[in-house]
Design a protein around this ligand. Structure first.
Ligand SMILES: CC(C)(COP(=O)(O)OP(=O)(O)OC[C@H]1O[C@@H](n2cnc3c(N)ncnc32)[C@H](O)[C@@H]1OP(=O)(O)O)[C@@H](O)C(=O)NCCC(=O)NCCS
Length: 248
């Protein structure tokens, strides 16, 4: 394979990992008290949120399901290239799947979750019925200091990343329901804050997050964007609903 193609692949993966991995790290070991909370909430994981014709649940750790998750995220974050586009997409999908497996194997169940959205009723005439998943989101307990600086009194928070919805199902509130499920998870796991990052110029994502109650608190430093030439990202945070009602 030529050097040019390899370079293109590296650039392509970097774009995805820029979103997925810069954002915070998977931390910690299961604490006993939190482990029992997870067990208590297990029943709810069957169906975290059901609304607008979609239901959100936790990923089932089976090969087909994990491949479907990788498919949804890879399609959503893949930047088409002129040559060898399908090849790049396949490589990208494999990378996304490998990252998902890594996170599942290395994270306690109350520190990382992949949530998936599917229709509450499937139509047999729908050609996508075999690919029932229409959207996904990752949620990870994180301790990134840059984020904690904006969260009063918090030592950890939930980082929301990799939210993706299949093209055909966009603008039908799938992402909205996924974000509601993240809110619920923050209550179940006992976290006061959720945080995420978006590109400053991505007005669609920003609107989605603002509607869901997130507010912008900071942006990437100028040297990162001007000198290195990366797109500027903003940090958005949201206080968990329980925390808000306790303050009121
Ligand atoms: C961003 C994304 C997850 C939104 O998913 P979705 O299921 O279509 O979002 P929803 O239907 O829940 O949208 C809720 C609101 O967000 C805003 N919104 C979402 N997509 C929008 C778009 N393309 N243009 C303008 N506003 C948009 C709207 O206010 C929308 O409400 P409305 O449809 O009543 O106007 C989806 O477009 C996607 O997968 N994009 C590619 C991956 C990506 O960019 N992820 C975000 C990384 S930060």
């Amino acid at each position: 394979m030529s050097k040019k193609i390899l370079n293109l692949m590296a650039w392509h993966f970097h774009n995805f990992w820029g979103i997925k991995l810069n954002s915070g790290r998977i931390v910690g070991i299961v604490e006993e008290s939190k482990e029992s909370e997870v067990t208590d909430a297990e029943g709810l994981f069957g169906n975290l949120v059901t609304e607008f014709g979609w239901r959100v649940r936790r990923l089932v750790e089976e090969e087909d399901e994990m491949r479907n998750v990788a498919q949804v995220q890879a399609e959503a974050f893949h930047i088409p290239v002129v040559f060898f586009n399908n090849l790049f997409l396949e490589f990208f999908k494999a990378e996304v799947l490998a990252a998902l497996l890594y996170k599942i194997r290395n994270s306690p169940p109350n520190r990382y979750a992949c949530l998936v959205a599917e229709p509450t009723h499937s139509s047999d005439s729908d050609p996508l019925v075999h690919q029932r998943l229409v959207g996904v989101v990752d949620i990870t307990v994180s301790t990134d200091k840059d984020v904690l600086d904006h969260l009063e009194g918090a030592e950890e928070y939930l980082y929301v990343s990799g939210i993706a919805v299949l093209n055909k199902f966009r603008r039908q509130k799938v992402a909205t329901v996924l974000l509601k499920a993240c809110d619920l998870l923050s209550l179940l796991w006992g976290f006061d804050y959720l945080a995420l990052r978006a590109y400053e110029d991505d007005s669609a994502a920003r609107k989605l997050y603002t509607n869901a109650g997130y507010r912008v608190v900071s942006g990437d430093p100028v040297w990162m964007t001007t000198w290195i030439g990366k797109k500027r990202r903003i940090l958005m945070i949201k206080q968990s609903s329980l925390c808000v009602s306790l303050v009121k």
